[in-house]
Every structure is written in C-alpha cells, then in structure tokens.
Design a protein around this ligand. Structure first.
Ligand SMILES: [Zn+2]
Length: 420
C-alpha cells in the first residue's frame, strides 16, 4: 500500500474519492431482480438482506442491449455504451461483412476506474469467471505492481506476467471448475476473499457467470443453492472490512412456450424469404464461444442492409412479426438506448419478454438446451438490475438516488463517493 495518494481520481469525467476501506464490487451475471426478491422474502440470503436494511438498495437501469460485455464495461468505466463503445459481443465490419468480436481492449473507449486507480497507486484486483471479459477488464492495468487480473476459466494457468498471480487453485483450495458450473462463479468470489485476507486491496471487481440463471428459474432449488453460496461469501467480504457493492449485468426471462419449446423468431429466415437470400445480414450480438445454455438466442439483434432492401422496408416487415417489442433504425436506437452509432446496424430489433430472436434456424445449435426451458436476455425486459451497497449513503447520494432512476454504471460512484 502506498502511504500518499490523491483524494480523488478522475475517470472519464467523474471524480471518484479514494476508498477509506476496500471496495468489493460484484457483478452477479444474469442476476435478475426476481431472484433477490424471492430469496429476500424467504430468508435464504441473510447477508444481502442485511445490506438492504443497513445500506442502500434499488433497482437500476442496466445498459442496452442487456448482454454481459456492454454492462461490465459500463460498470468499470462509469459510462454508457455510447461512450465506451462496447455494444455487444459482436458487430459487423461492413468493409469485409465479417462479424468482429468486441472483447478486445483496443475496442474499449476511455479508461477504466480500475486502471486509473491503479495508476494513482491503489492496489486493484479484477477477477472474472469467463476469460472473454478479462482483457477488457484489465485494460491498461499495470500487473507488475501487485495488481491482479485473471479469470476462473484459466485459473490453473495464471502467471505473474499475464495475471499478476500464480497458483490460484492452491489459493482457493478448489479444483479447476467446469465452464458450465456454479463453481466457476464461486471461485471468483473465493479468490477475492482469500486475496483480501492475504493483503489489503483498495478496489476489487468480481464478475460472475450466468450459467445458473440461464438454467434455473428463481423457484428452482439449484438457483437458491447458488444464491445461498454467493450470499455467504458476500458476508465474508464484509467481515473483512470491505464495502460490498452488488450489481447485475442483466436480468433473465423464460422464453419457452407452455410445452417447453423456445419462442424463437428466426429473423434471417423471414428476411431472406422476403428480400432474397443474403440481401440483409442478421447479427446476434449475444453469441460467444459458450452457447450450450442459450443456443446464441437473445432478445436483441441487429440487421445490416447489404443489397436493395432499405431500413424502412425492413422495419415495416419486422413490425408485423408477433413478439417484437421494438424495431428501430440506427438513429433512433442510438438515441433511445444511448448506443455508439459506428457499431450499430441499420435496424435494431428487440423482443418481448417471453420471446427471443435468432438468425437462421439452421445456424443455431439448440441441443444444449435439451431438458430445459430456454432462459435468456438481451431486451429491455432484461435491462433492470439490482443495485445494492452494504453501507448507508450520505445525504447527497440519498438525494441523488431519489431524484432519478439509477444507472448501473453509477455503481462505483455510489460505492466510493456515496458511502458516509
Ligand atoms: Zn451476463
């Protein structure tokens, strides 16, 4: 720990107060407010219940589209997607017509709160479940000075040079978890706790994975078991003196019919039939390398015009499809949802809460869903997230919270500047 430090650190236009005690911010991936409402009601999560009573709790607006990467970047930059530029997992490069994965740190605009504090001498820890987020979370983070950035996906292979830490599995006393397991998230929290026990840290960012929420509804016992496990670890973080700040990247909704079959709009197939094959290109920005639990189906897709069909014609066609909640041209989706225009398609399509949108039925592998209802996210109906700080707010931030709907990107502002 450094002995002298600035009182405030400026990041992307906001001044953040130097923390007096460690701040541990946790992104409960897919942590729809419905899970907390249920478990707060039945006594399953006593530590979170205490935070809600003694500290601050609200439901905030997440970033649209309600996907993992855009929301994690909003939280760690303190800015909306229009500023940080990460508006999905993929966008389409119109010079090559190839989808471009948006997980590279060079695509993230502006600074992260983590890297600016580290540069000012703070000790920073960033841990994520899936490695796809690690490089953006660790953008410009100097790992040679005791700062740490790793994923539980690659916990067994961490090196001092790449991650600022090694022997993570020994540290947490866990075997390498499976990609599709709740242990992948529990390792993130366990490592945060062990590191805080080992030596003081100023900022800790812990980002979980939504495998549990994709698979289990709030009423299912496995989801409750997961929340009991994470709740116990939040209690341990607090007992170590940390201010615990909880957020989610997005919610989660059931998108299957009464028989358990997914309600899917196969948009590429519909548009191919109307305008001719290949005239327009549908991109599903939820897609990543691990799709077994959602089949790359989400509540938000983008359409790019490649041929003769105009955005207006496409919008007219899509507006008539049952299950579509919003269909917007580029200017309107950017204005309404605070998105960066240079990574937006010609038309954006947002599904109703009980419906999801795919490209072409032939291109989505739904075999991983067998035996389970499809639960996924991406739309406006999954953009409400819990926003909880374990300590009471000061007067100014109580006023700020009461005066407007909170945005999830204000989490560090509230945790650092808003606690008494
Ligand atoms: Zn997520």
């Amino acid at each position: 720990m450094t002995t002298t430090h600035p009182e405030f650190v400026n990041v992307n236009g906001t001044a953040y107060r130097w923390p007096k005690q460690p701040v541990a911010a946790v992104c409960i991936d897919g942590g729809d407010p419905a899970y907390l409402a249920r478990y707060l009601g039945d006594g399953s999560i006593p530590n979170i219940a205490r935070f809600v009573t003694q500290g601050f709790s609200a439901v905030a607006d997440g970033t649209m589209p309600s996907f993992t990467c855009p929301n994690n970047m909003s939280i760690i930059t303190g800015t909306p997607a229009s500023k940080h530029g990460i508006s999905g997992n993929f966008y389409l490069d119109t010079s090559t017509w190839q989808p471009v994965v948006m997980t590279g740190p060079e695509l993230l605009r502006g600074d992260t709160i983590l890297s600016r504090f580290a540069a000012a001498g703070a000790r920073v820890v960033s841990i994520t479940a899936k490695d796809k987020l690690r490089k953006q979370l660790g953008k410009d983070l100097d790992l040679s000075k005791g700062n740490i950035s790793f994923s539980s996906e690659f916990a067994s292979r961490c090196t001092l040079k790449e991650n600022g830490i090694e022997n993570v599995l020994e540290l947490v006393g866990m075997p390498q978890p499976d990609m599709y397991s709740m242990e992948l998230s529990l390792l993130v929290l366990e490592a945060g706790i062990r590191l805080l026990e080992r030596e003081p840290a100023d900022l800790i960012y812990l980002s979980l994975t939504d495998w549990v929420q994709h698979k289990y509804a709030p009423g299912e016992s496995e989801a409750r078991r997961f929340y009991r496990e994470i709740d116990a670890r939040f209690g341990r973080l607090e007992a170590l003196g940390a201010v615990v700040a909880l957020i989610a990247d997005h919610g989660m909704n059931d998108k299957s019919d009464a028989a358990g079959k997914p309600n899917v709009i196969w948009l590429q197939d519909i548009l191919d039939a109307k305008f001719g094959k290949g005239d327009v290109k549908v991109i599903c920005p939820i897609t990543d390398a691990f799709v077994a639990h959602h089949g790359a189906l989400g509540g938000f897709v983008r359409v790019w015009c490649r041929g003769k069909a105009t955005p207006r014609q496409i919008i007219e066609t899509i507006a008539a499809i049952d299950g579509v909640e919003q269909v917007l041209d580029k200017a309107n989706v950017c204005r309404l949802h605070d998105l960066p225009a240079d990574r937006e398609g010609d038309v954006a399509v947002i599904a109703r809460a009980d419906v999801c949108i795919g490209a072409s039925a032939a291109d989505h592998d739904l075999s991983g869903l067998e035996g389970h209802r499809l639960r996924t996210h991406g739309g406006v109906s999954e953009a409400k997230v819990p926003f909880i700080v374990s300590r009471p707010l000061n007067e100014a931030y109580r006023m700020k919270a009461a005066s407007a709907t909170l945005k999830s990107y204000q989490l560090f502002d509230f945790a650092l500047n808003g606690t008494a």
